[in-house]
Design a binder for this molecule. Structure first.
Ligand code: IPM
Ligand code: MG
Length: 361
């Protein structure tokens, strides 16, 4: 099979971690008889430096013509980078929001898994994490506060800013269906997270999710208020299977969920639309403070490449091979600095990529 993959290396540690993921993909190609054709795409700060904007129309068109896009990370240090002297609509993050919208990537899957081998890095007490946990956050990605009307105006001499949170029932229905579909392949539980005790958008969310739930009688649905969910994630993360939530809540809860695993450098993500196309990226950010040092953890990006093989190309065996290679490297005690602990062997970004590629079977 020929895989037509767009690659956004991006900013900060992006180029380093994507290079390792491409190495692993190439090895998968060799082992399983596929070829990977990469189209390099500029987005974020890297695009600002060349084109003056974080995403061009040409790049959007080029991304659309690929089967899937693998991405590193975008953005720099807001205090020191000249990108943040620009108006908000020209900053790196605006490129990411635009590509999500242009490609209609409304379903964002963020798995948060506690790896047995990395239990030591988990900040929660052992009595809480015993037995591990494995949840999937299904975050709506193209609606809500992120894309509502916004403006800053002076009203009677007082600066006032508006951001609006809008959802229509169709937007809620399509993400809810995705949430239930994925729950059917897992432990068949959906926790729908909202703020229905305050927000109208949440009350509509709850109503539509309940309607969708009727089509999935095998799935248990529960509703949880977002503030309670933030608490439950540290109190009892094992209770969660699929967390289904709107854009802003999902942004916040997914950072929290990844932190409680103790290994944000390990967590992949996929942003999907109605077709097989997807944008795959690590859950962590561009980490400008360690960029260029060769010490970033490439595993989240490598696992994102595995998600890409699974969701966009239906190559399950190949995706399994990547996940097994990652497990093996961890079992053998290799660690990048972010997940290092006593008695383990510390390796750099490139070595980690080489080890994983070497274990592809
Ligand atoms: C994420 C990020 C983005 C978001 C930023 C960079 C705009 O935090 O993917 O979670 O808020 O969606
Ligand atoms: Mg975020």
């Amino acid at each position: 099979m020929n895989l037509n993959i767009g690659v956004i290396k991006g900013d900060g540690i992006g180029p380093e971690i994507v290079t390792e993921a491409m190495k692993v993909l190439d090895q998968v190609g060799k082992t399983y008889g596929h070829t990977c054709d990469y189209t390099q795409l500029l987005m974020g700060g890297a695009s600002i430096d060349v084109h003056g904007v974080p995403l061009t129309d040409e790049t959007v068109a080029a991304a659309k013509s690929c089967d899937a896009v693998l991405m590193g990370s975008i953005g720099g240090d807001a205090k020191t980078s000249p990108w943040y002297q620009l108006e908000p609509s020209k900053r790196p993050e605006a490129g990411l929001l635009r590509i999500r919208k242009e490609l209609n990537l409304f379903a964002n899957l963020r798995p948060a898994v506690l790896y047995d081998e990395l239990k030591g890095a988990c900040p929660l007490k052992e009595e809480i994490t015993k037995g591990g946990f494995d949840m999937m956050i299904m975050r709506e990605l193209t609606g809500g506060l992120y894309f509502g009307e916004r403006r800053t105006v002076e009203e009677n001499g007082v600066m006032t800013a508006y951001d609006s949170l809008t959802y229509n029932e169709e937007e809620i229905r399509r993400i809810a269906k995705r949430g239930f579909d994925i729950a059917m392949k897992r432990r068949k539980k959906v926790t729908s997270v909202d703020k229905a005790n305050v927000l109208d958008s949440s009350r509509l969310w709850r109503k539509v999710v309940e309607e969708v739930a009727k089509e999935y009688p095998k799935v248990t649905l529960e509703h949880m208020l977002v503030d309670n969910c933030a608490m439950q994630l540290v109190k009892d993360p094992k209770q969660f299977d699929v967390i289904l939530t709107e854009n802003m809540f999902g942004d916040i809860l997914s950072d929290e969920a990844s932190m409680v695993t103790g290994s944000i450098g390990m967590l992949a993500s996929a942003s999907l639309n109605e077709t097989k196309f997807g944008l795959y990226e690590p859950s962590g950010g561009s980490a400008p403070d360690i960029a260029g040092k060769g010490i970033a953890n490439p595993i989240a990006t490598i696992l994102s490449a595995a998600m890409m093989l699974r969701f966009s190309f239906d190559l399950d065996k190949e995706a399994d091979a990547i996940e097994q290679a990652v497990s093996r490297v961890l079992k053998e005690g290799y660690r990048t600095i972010d997940i290092m602990s006593e008695g383990k062997q510390q390796v750099d970004t490139e070595k980690m990529g080489n080890l994983i590629a070497g274990y592809i079977k």
